[in-house]
Design a protein around this ligand. Sequence first.
Ligand SMILES: *[C@@H]1O[C@H](CO)[C@@H](O)[C@H](O)[C@H]1NC(C)=O
Ligand SMILES: *[C@@H]1O[C@H](CO)[C@@H](O)[C@H](O)[C@H]1NC(C)=O
Length: 400
Amino acid sequence: MVNFLGIFLLLVGLISTPGVFASSPRFIQTRGTQFVLNGSSFLFNGFNSYWMMHIAADPSQRNKVSEVLHQASAAGLSVCRTWAFSDGGYQALQISPGVYDERVFQGLDFVISEARKYGVRLIMSLVNNFKDFGGRSQYVQWAKSAGVMVNNDDDFYTNDIIKGYYKNHAKRVIRRINTITGVAYKDDPTIMAWELMNEPRCQVDISGKTVNGWVQEMATYVKSIDSNHLLEVGMEGFYGDSIPDRKQYNPGYEVGTDFITSHMIGEIDFTTIHAYPSVWLPGQNEEAQMAFVQRWLKSHWTDSKTIIKKPMVFAEFGKSKKDPGYNTSVRDSFLSTIYDSIYKLARSGLSIGGGLVWQVMPEGLDSYYDGYEIILSKDLSTVSVMSKQSRRMADLVHSI
Ligand SMILES: *[C@@H]1O[C@H](CO)[C@@H](O)[C@H](O)[C@H]1NC(C)=O
Ligand SMILES: *[C@@H]1O[C@H](CO)[C@@H](O)[C@H](O)[C@H]1NC(C)=O
């Protein structure tokens, strides 16, 4: 009898132990300008892999998701940012407003369940600014098709019907019950944070006020249905009208966002920046582009710490094979330089959680490659640069 009970308890224990996480994973939270996990500071090194749900929608491709999460985990990468949207078109999650493809949703269930298994936290974005995978343009198109009077894609931020579509999508995703784990997304600590939108931009109002109004409304809504998870905007970091002096750090133009005011919103838990110097400052040499990134990182870090008083994540940066003069060692040294800067800022007060490189991809997904892809099983010198950063960020927590 005793032995049977022992074996039974052992089996229950094995089944309920979610991989690398300690017995039962906790939610990542913030305290002042730091991320915290179970009472300790949380620092990380991470990556972007937007393609995961799309690929996992086809069960015969799911091994690619597992493979990448496994390799990432081995390289100490503990946070992954990915898309929880695909609006209209091929492999749509949301086929039309409020209509979902269960097969694709099960792909997202798989991504979350595998991330949990490999001890990787997810930041999940709810819509795209750009047309890839639908985006706000698709939302505006849906409204137009339903007979709603709309002028242009920026009506996404102000039209009540379209805002209703977005809220409904946020609700469907957040309240989803994972068919593999049985855990509602809103109750799953594998998810580190929701992101309102990938890289919001707005042409009709360059001041940042229109996007800011949308962020306030949607942040209030998301927090009303999920108070467990952190929330961030998804911004690139462009400064707007609130502190005109800061515009000197923009790459010479604005995109209709205000980094300061939108991150001051109470429901937003941390700030984000992205940096694509070769796209934003074409024609400038490597040195000038790197100097821009350093200023960009430093000014946003300072503002996050002293004005906004929230932690920051450097949520997208990478080196494209399409850039002039590219070779692997150029990429490795670009990443090393950024990692050094992140590490130094983290060391001086822990108020930057970490960086998320754009982007990690599996082998054999060539049609998804955009020049920035890092294949963990092949790009060994780059993996070694990434692993080093993972280790020292983790060590930094322990040395405090
Ligand atoms: C959280 O911290 C406590 C006290 O340090 C520890 O006993 C517990 O095992 C930790 N829980 C997890 C899930 O790591
Ligand atoms: C890569 O490019 C850099 C800068 O152009 C150059 O100095 C270096 O020799 C190149 N390395 C290889 C391995 O080709």
